[in-house]
Design a protein around this ligand. Structure first.
Ligand code: ADP
Ligand code: ZN
Length: 205
């Protein structure tokens, strides 16, 4: 992705999206590390999903990590990053819909906002608020994993259990990266459930 040299005091939104294991967190951490090297003020956030995993770091599946703050509502991101040049947000699909307005406000204030999250849930439905963020972002990067079945580029998150709960916490034990050919949508009775009962997931390995 080419980001041109930008005049001071102009903010923008970068979205990093893709399936599980596609390297979203790694890419987010890479971009944030570079801003830290440049001595920019950086605030990094992730949503509170499960108390058991509220550690104060963003951790990739490859064990790469960077310090972050856990917040319950996207509004807390605004208050928590007033002094920052750069704002990083991981697992954005677990935030409320207000995250879109929060990111727009931050960018309008002149900040660089980098948001990473799953673009689709386990049923391959768009995972709000990611689609809206992709629409309003200046830059969108879609990362791909490797399909564990056939080795092609993977863009789908396969849930390997029968659960249909809103949030099912897990990593390799519950989810796999699959390509379009190898992705098996959940059974119809799961598909008929209301959207609010759809899935989510979280790396916890
Ligand atoms: P994401 O945030 O998109 O879930 P991470 O950045 O946390 O992804 O992890 C990416 C890492 O996951 C890769 O560098 C690799 O070590 C590991 N990984 C596990 N399964 C796969 C897969 N099927 N394809 C690619 N990488 C995988
Ligand atoms: Zn495949």
């Amino acid at each position: 992705m080419m980001i041109p040299i930008i005049q001071r005091n102009v903010g923008w939104i970068e979205v990093i999206c893709g399936c599980m294991f596609s390297g979203k967190s790694e890419e987010l951490i890479r971009r944030l590390r570079r801003t830290l090297i440049a001595r920019q003020k950086v605030s990094i956030f992730k949503p509170k999903i499960d108390n058991r995993y509220s550690a104060n770091h963003i951790v990739s599946h490859s064990e790469n990590k960077i310090e972050s703050r856990v917040v319950e509502h996207s509004r807390e991101i605004l208050d928590g990053s007033l002094e920052s040049h750069v704002v990083g947000i991981d697992e954005a699909q677990f935030f409320d819909e207000e995250l879109v307005d929060v990111c727009i406000k931050l960018a309008n204030m002149g900040k660089r906002v980098i948001v990473a999250g799953l673009d689709m849930d386990y049923r391959s439905e768009p995972f709000q608020p990611m689609p809206k963020l992709m629409a309003v972002a200046e830059y969108v990067t879609k990362t791909q994993a490797i399909c564990v079945r056939c080795g092609n580029p993977a863009t789908f998150t396969q849930r390997t259990t029968q659960e249909a709960d809103q949030v099912v916490i897990g990593a390799q034990n519950i989810y796999e990266a699959r390509c379009r050919n190898c992705f098996e949508p959940p059974a119809p009775e799961t598909n008929n459930k209301p959207k609010a009962a759809a899935s989510a997931n979280h790396k916890t390995s």
